[in-house]
Design a protein around this ligand. Sequence first.
Ligand SMILES: Cc1cc2nc3c(=O)[nH]c(=O)nc-3n(C[C@H](O)[C@H](O)[C@H](O)COP(=O)(O)O)c2cc1C
Length: 374
Amino acid sequence: MNSKYAPLFESFTFPSGVEVKNRVVMAPMTNFSSNADGTVTDAEVKYYARRSDGVGMVVTACTYVTANGKGFQGEFGGDRDELIPSLKQVATAIKEKGAKAVLQIFHGGRQCPPELVPNGEIVSASAVPAEGNGKPVPRELTDQEIESIIHDFGETTRRAIEAGYDGVEIHGANGYLLQQFFSPHSNRREDRWGGSIEKRLTFPLAVVDEVKKVAAEHAKAPFIIGYRFSPEEPETPGITMAETLVLIDALADKNLDYLHVSLQEFWSKPRRGAEDSRARIEIIQERVGDKVSVIGVGALYTADDVLKAFQSGVPFIAMGRELIIDPDWVQKVKEGREAEIVTKIDKSKQQDLVVPDPLWQAIIHSPGWFPGIE
Ligand SMILES: Cc1cc2nc3c(=O)[nH]c(=O)nc-3n(C[C@H](O)[C@H](O)[C@H](O)COP(=O)(O)O)c2cc1C
């Protein structure tokens, strides 16, 4: 290995006590490949196995914690005990290759396609549709239903423990239900779940507390709890960078193992609500980095891209598309073969890359999504 990359291969022990062998994480990526009943398919299990012997930790695609939170066709389920064997197949495939397995737990809220949820009824913090033509108006959740969804996040955490995962990542990013409660766009409530910024934080923080409680009760080995968030929203009203700092301050006080920023571009700059012109990740790392480990992500294709990002001070770098394009990314750097890393998808290599059909179809029909696809 070229010695300049050695810092990426230092092990790290999270506050929970889980040790990971290096600083590279596979980013959560939905693969649209599970069965309609929520069980995983062999194709997706093989896809994870193919990508789990280099990275220190794999965060799975999101899994719904309750039936009305299913956000994608072919999403795998974590909402019923009978799915524990299915959840276990993914955990085992990842762990057998030496990476830690982290289940991303999720509720899609108003972003769920009506055809995927019971009675076609989508729910959210308030009856406000997402921006864009023809987006359905969700039904506002009742107080009791909100309590029930918090409980569901805990139940899926218990199932993750029983299925052998090393941890869970709470999906608070990308405009889904947790973010819908924090956002002034989607949360117009005037009860204990909305109104002031502190009240908009109530639901996401209650989910964190519930997941922690369940992990403390059920996990027999150290168990990772992470939280993923998106800094800012484009809409007005919408979450600003200043509000994001309030969110991460609150999360940093929760003794989590990590905070995972969801970004398309690692070095992207704030839109508004920040005094300075540094990248969002630098502002976030400065604000909470001494309290909680931050995972950065976004369009880091080469070994030098990743090294430069790591030198910003964040202790972990996640990679998504890059590991679809080149599942041997980490091994190549480790073996001094970084010049051989593939950075554009080769459309003739689906079999070699071990990518399930539905994900492959999504990739090759999405111009601009993956480098090399026009
Ligand atoms: C196919 C695909 C599916 C994704 N699914 C999820 C998901 O389930 N949960 C999530 O938090 N982010 C998801 N993302 C976002 C990625 O985790 C990541 O933040 C983004 O792709 C930018 O990183 P990259 O440039 O390394 O791919 C997905 C991205 C892609 C390309």
